[in-house]
Design a protein around this ligand. Sequence first.
Ligand SMILES: *[C@@H]1O[C@H](CO)[C@@H](O)[C@H](O)[C@H]1NC(C)=O
Ligand SMILES: *[C@@H]1O[C@H](CO)[C@@H](O)[C@H](O)[C@H]1NC(C)=O
Length: 422
Amino acid sequence: MTKKKLLSSPPKLNHLSWFFCKMFTNFLLLLCLLVYLQFNPQHHNRFPHDPSFSSSYENFQGTPKIAFLFLARHRLPLDFLWDNFFRVCVSLSFSSHLISSGSWLLHFLSFEHYVSDIFCGLQNADADKFSVHVHSEPGFVLNETTTDSEFFHGRQLNKSVQVVWGEPTMIEAEKLLLEAALHDPANQRFVLLSDSCVPLYDFSYTYSYIMSSPKSFVDSFVDESTGRYDPDMSATIPRSKWRKGSQWVTLVRKHAELVVNDNFVYPIFKKYCKRWKAQRNLPKKILQILELNFLFQKRKLTNCIPDEHYVQTLLTMNEVEHEVERRTLTYTLWDSSPAKDWRQMWHPVTFNQPDAAPQKIKEIKGINHVHYESGHRTEWCRVANIYSSCFLFARKFSQGAALRLLNDGALGFHDPEAALPA
Ligand SMILES: *[C@@H]1O[C@H](CO)[C@@H](O)[C@H](O)[C@H]1NC(C)=O
Ligand SMILES: *[C@@H]1O[C@H](CO)[C@@H](O)[C@H](O)[C@H]1NC(C)=O
């Protein structure tokens, strides 16, 4: 009897001490990890910093920020997705995991995943690694009524312009965004995004990727077509410096400053890059008739699409092309199929809910090189000399498609339930 009693009570004690033992081991492990991280701040960085490139503009002391610059029409239809993207890094997800789960180690089979969680949780508690800036058209107010995401509250520029497609006003809006973001010296990288852009990875990966390169990411190539360069520009912008490329650039601070302070190239764009430039002196009524005339437009139109040339050409004029990774971080799927309207001959495809399958996202993430027909150049995507996937962002995504990304967990966010579209 006594034996039996003795045998039956210890398991309870064992169970309890086992639990405490486990907790204690967990605690020790956590302590080791934190000490290790403290002395190896580089560890979180999956892309080692390229030491071959140093320059004076990298002198900022402290945690560098990435400025996310949203060029929006009105509201941000994908704010709920970005909310999740930013939220992972400001929530103390690590400690909550620790409290809620005794066997937290099992939850993180991947060490990388685990470390990024800690890094975001503890080091980024004050959102000190990013800032958000939004340019919406005049008259629109981005506030608690128009967005549920706190990351966008109070982030609208006070100054804005009416953006007209194909006109230099687009560049003006970009300049305003960069100027506002430059006020914070911690902003060291500047990512230009549209209101239909989505992130393809979590914040930690995105941050490491962008910060580990000392260069800007600017899609830039020699534009061999004759339609967009106006020979009248040649006194200021020689034909040899004229470049073309995606509008969606990521700039280092030095290059952002070049764009904001530029009073040389921009006025030329403003003067010559007008829609229907060849007919700009004609009366409005006649212009309208001409605009309706399909054949006439196709033949005579000089439309230089300034946003696809300005940053590229400006950086080339300033002879800093070697400080640029000549590719964009934003994926766009172009539809070149014959369209009813010539204006849509080359237009970006919008991903709707059925198009945003996990397999498709995986394919986009798997792209590791870009081929340029111009110059027969193939750009193998690298970050700090490590071959990597090319794209961190993608466009154009509908609300339904973005919601699907979140629900499918295609972007690797941890907690995709925080904010959903209203
Ligand atoms: C947001 O701005 C609009 C327009 O100025 C205003 O009518 C509305 O009351 C504001 N909402 C909040 C919650 O401040
Ligand atoms: C806009 O102006 C207000 C008041 O002048 C200021 O408090 C706010 O920070 C400004 N917002 C931005 C994004 O600059």
